[in-house]
Design a protein around this ligand. Structure first.
Ligand code: HXC
Ligand code: NAP
Length: 197
């Protein structure tokens, strides 16, 4: 069967990937760039962001997705330099293995804030910077529906993301489509290193 991803499919499109400076999200960003999109990637570490952006010919942005103002400023830069965003991917995440009794409230909060609040910040903050139509994609995980020991924070955060996606799809569709993608375990990523070292 012919691939639906024909050459130049995303020519002229603007794609922003929060957490796109490594791993799965960088893979997504690279594929959009390969298919012709103008792509911006965002992470906390400026050197890592620059290396990632350079590797795909994209724009490097630095912000912590837990900080609404900084995230919004970064996305305004994408709109100003590239134009309204056609695709926004929210994939920044934090994770570590720990039993609930081995997590401080701040440890639980750290993962909730990066994954769930971060996704709210990215999606809420991008809405008036979008093209029409636009597609928002949250990166979720099997932990959203399968309870896994040592993963109370990630399970709660990803479950929250799934419901956030559903509500925003109801409120913002059909011009702004909101979906989640749940990858399986991907070898060679930070996530798998942390969960199955
Ligand atoms: C218990 C821990 C801990 C651990 C950190 N904490 N690691 N508690 N066990 N192993 C606690 C700290 O003591 C602190 O609590 C609180 O968590 C916040 O830690 P900080 O280091 O101050 O936070 P921060 O610098 O914001 O870093 C967030 C982080 C970090 C999540 C802890 O690991 C990070 O930045 N991760 C990003 C990269 C990542 O995790 N990638 C994997 C995503 S993949 P106290 O009380 O001491 O203040 C993924 C997998 C999906 O999601 C599924 C695969 C199948
Ligand atoms: P990764 O390489 O650790 O990527 C995480 C990205 O998010 C990096 O770009 C990181 O850059 C950025 N980031 C982390 N915290 C941030 C913050 N507070 N603000 C802004 N950016 C931040 O992870 P991965 O393993 O490829 O996973 C990517 C996504 O897929 C995650 O949503 C994860 O939950 C999901 N997933 C992964 C797997 C897997 O097998 N790995 C399976 C299912 C789902 P900085 O550190 O520089 O900020």
């Amino acid at each position: 069967m012919e691939s639906p991803f024909r050459e130049g499919l995303f020519e002229g499109k603007v794609v922003f990937v929060a957490g796109g400076t490594s791993g799965i999200n960088l893979g997504i960003a690279r594929r959009f760039a390969d298919l012709g999109a103008k792509v911006a990637v965002l992470g906390r570490d400026p050197d890592k962001a620059k290396a990632a952006a350079d590797s795909i010919g994209g724009l490097a942005l630095t912000a912590d997705v837990r900080d609404y103002g900084a995230t919004r400023t970064a996305m305004e830069r994408v709109r100003n330099e590239f134009g309204p965003m056609d695709v926004v991917v929210s994939g920044a995440a934090g994770n570590f293995l720990a039993p609930a009794l081995g997590m401080s409230a701040n440890a639980f909060k750290a993962v909730i804030d990066i994954d769930l609040l971060g996704t709210f910040n990215v999606f809420r903050g991008c809405h008036d910077l979008l093209a029409t139509p636009a597609s928002l994609i949250a990166i979720t995980a099997g932990q959203a529906v399968n309870a896994i020991g040592l993963q109370a924070h990630a399970c709660a955060a990803k479950a929250g993301i799934n419901q956030l996606v559903r509500v925003l799809a109801l409120e913002w569709g059909p011009d702004v489509r909101v979906n989640g993608i749940s990858p399986g375990p991907i070898a060679g990523t930070e996530g798998m290193e942390r969960l199955a070292p």
